[in-house]
Design a protein around this ligand. Structure first.
Ligand code: PMP
Length: 443
């Protein structure tokens, strides 16, 4: 972008109401990205910024991938759009068939959406409708977890557990309850990988069963690793225990894999990393390398079969989007899978995990650092909040980091990093080295 164009852009910032951003603050001093290639962004003022967050946890194969651009262009000129209902096109079937070669055994069906939020609301509706088609319509309750992030649609914020995202929007869905989150900094601080303490927190689900009766509970939804709330890892044995309780009471277990899907943890899905298979997995982001909006909900065969064999008036699932399985998104998805497979990216995180963990945990001892945690290619550094000014310390780090040429993400006083899976070790060093300088200079 020319200097002129950059000035023009920055002179006209009012119209766009930016999501999840302090608009007034941003517009006083905008951070404008104008290009990206590989692991780096270029800013409007001509600087390079190392992408330490894969965009928003999505650009797993790095930026500017020619193969995806070419596939999208080809698709746009061949079949740009096809109606999504009562009509098909080959790429949607091809992508679905490719995707289920990556999913855990027994999860062989996929419903396409356009985002993580849509995937979550779709999954919740599948769970409710599944019990109905089986004649168990009394199961209407949905259980989420404190601090959980499941997107921004009404189902997602209802089962979600981030207070700021819920409190402006009234009563939300009724019949929703929450189990406690698993973050226990007193007992688990500075753990590499899964923390030792907290598996028994899964028993909260038993308490909700005792309170509401299992016959009223449809599903429980958790992120295998809670990302947006600050990278909270499941304690050892926790997910297994949740799985066992669900099995005992006929409750569906939904893993929200919008972040953990497609190689983030060094395995295709979080379910593989933790060795626990849910009944439904929600995904988005990495399915198209984040470059074209798309989401995918994976369901166990029994769930799909229940709809196929259900009563005549219920065999159609009355749900879907104009862009479900959009040809262009599917083309992007297929090209993305090619890249993941050709370059071994779905397991590359496993190769880099210990190097990444060493680098990150080396920040222990810096001022204000009260916890460091990691899993696959995602990690977090938690800072002690400034009394009376929570979030300020981490947000200052974010601004400083950007000035110094690295992109990190912050939530509360937690710094999260999740680099593209094409990162070299030298780039881990650069990212964490700059972060060290930034944290070292914080008040
Ligand atoms: N679920 C999880 C676990 C997520 O991390 C996100 C996005 N960060 C979403 C759902 C929502 O995805 P989207 O922003 O694509 O709607």
């Amino acid at each position: 972008m020319s200097a002129d164009a950059a000035v023009r852009v920055t002179n006209n910032l009012e119209a766009f109401w930016m999501p999840f951003s302090a608009n007034r603050q941003f517009k006083q001093k905008p951070r404008m990205l104008v290009a990206a290639e590989g692991t780096r962004y270029r800013t409007a003022d001509g600087r390079e910024v190392l992408d330490g967050t894969s965009g928003l946890w999505c650009v797993n194969a790095g930026h500017g991938r020619r193969q995806i651009a070419d596939a999208v262009h080809r698709q746009l000129t061949e079949l740009d759009y096809a109606p999504a209902f009562q009509m098909g096109h080959p790429k949607a079937f091809e992508l679905a068939a490719r995707l289920i070669t990556l999913t855990p055994p027994g999860i062989d069906h996929v419903f396409f959406t356009n985002s993580g939020s849509e995937s979550v609301d779709t999954a919740l509706k599948i769970a409710l409708a599944y019990h109905r088609v089986r004649g168990e319509g009394s199961r209407f309750r949905l259980i989420g977890r404190e601090r959980g992030y499941h997107g921004v649609n009404f189902g997602g914020i209802s089962v979600g557990g981030i207070v700021t995202n819920r409190k402006m929007f009234g009563t939300l869905l009724t019949g929703v309850d929450h189990i406690r989150h698993t973050h226990d900094i007193e007992r688990n601080a500075f753990t590499r990988g899964q923390p030792a303490y907290g598996a028994e927190l899964a028993d909260d689900l038993e308490r909700l069963v005792a309170l509401h009766d299992a016959s009223t509970i449809a599903a429980v939804i958790v992120e295998p690793v809670a990302g947006s709330t600050g990278v909270l890892l499941p304690p050892k044995g926790y997910l297994e225990r949740l799985r066992a309780i669900c099995d005992r009471h006929g409750i569906l277990l939904i893993f929200d894999e919008v972040i953990t899907g497609f190689g983030r943890l060094g395995t295709p899905f979080g379910a593989d990393y933790f060795g626990v298979t849910p009944d439904i997995m929600t995904t988005a982001k990495g399915v198209t390398n984040g470059v074209v909006p798309m989401g995918a909900v994976f369901v166990k065969n029994e769930i799909y079969e229940a709809f196929m064999n259900g009563p005549e008036h219920l065999i159609e699932f009355f749900h879907g989007y104009t862009y479900s399985g959009n040809p262009v998104s599917c083309a992007a998805g297929l090209a993305t899978l090619d890249i993941y497979q050709e370059e071994g990216l779905l397991t590359r995180g496993a190769e880099l995990e210990s190097y990444f963990a060493d680098a990150l945990h080396d920040l222990r001892g810096l001022p204000h650092v009260i916890d460091i945690r990691n899993c696959g290619m995602v990690g977090a550094v938690e800072l002690e909040p400034i009394p009376g000014a929570p979030t300020k310390r981490a947000f200052t780090a974010f601004i400083e980091a950007f000035e110094r040429g690295i992109m990190i993400r912050t939530t509360g006083d937690i710094i999260a990093i999740s680099p593209p899976l094409i990162f070299e070790k030298s780039e881990i060093d650069e990212l964490v080295g700059t972060l060290r300088d930034v944290i070292g200079k914080l008040d």
